[in-house]
Design a protein around this ligand. Sequence first.
Ligand code: NAD
Length: 281
Amino acid sequence: MKVDLTGKVAVVTGGGGILCSVMAKSLAASGAKVAILDLKEEAAAKVADEIVAAGGRAVGVAANVLDIESLKKAEAAVKAAFGDCDILVNGAGGNNPKGTTSKEYLFPEDLKNQVEGLKTFFDLDPAGVGFVFNLNFLGTLLPTQVFCRAMAEKGCGSIVNVSSMNAFTPLTKIPAYSGAKAAVSNFTQWLAVHFSKVGIRVNAIAPGFFLTEQNRTLLTNPDGSLTARGNTILAHTPMGRFGTPEDLTGALLFLVDDSASSFINGVVLPVDGAFSAFSGV
Ligand code: NAD
């Protein structure tokens, strides 16, 4: 998909990761100057180097989306390198095993026997649940506060948040991540309304199932074959495959392009091979 983002400054949080590095590259290939923000400075620098090597303009910046001072430092670095942010992609996020139950369902026997390693709903660690909520929700809200004031002052800009399938219907075992991404989708709508008078559009992409480092052990066995969960997911994905990071770039470019999606504001766009449309029957 061809859109012209020449002269725009894009900031991608979590840009050192698997999905957002590809999103960052697609923004750069469309002419944007891209700041790759990531907790892992080396990962951010590597993606920026790859963009520059391909003829684009990019800078890698260390930033923690949960730390306002770190974000302010990053904002100053981006401003010095490229100017004010026009496009913000809130991509940093993810799950944590501490907010995850070991089994899909709670059975009566799980309450009676203390099975080594079994983590039921009752064993969930509040700190783990809080970590996942903060990373996904606050980690979307704080960069928006830091990077979008200048957008509001300028009267134009675009924000794309990264939600998930579990925001529509929670996935088994991951209550914290499901709730946190539901909050991201809800916040996307709230912010679209709140910013509607200052020319900023706010939308989200909800990726379906993409095989990445975060979920590789959940979806595949060491020999590469699918786990039971991986099989269940594919059985519920009418297109019959996992997504590739490149599947997301058309949706991203469409949502950030002020002419293509000029009146689209507050939507959560599934990119999921029809997973969210399928009842299973
Ligand atoms: P990833 O782990 O490859 O990328 C996430 C990046 O965020 C990493 O580079 C990590 O260093 C960075 N990060 C983590 N905490 C941070 C913090 N506090 N501050 C700054 N950066 C931080 O994961 P991914 O699979 O590419 O996921 C990208 C986004 O897509 C996430 O929001 C994830 O929840 C979402 N998502 C992924 C899938 C999937 O199937 N992989 C599906 C739906 C949604």
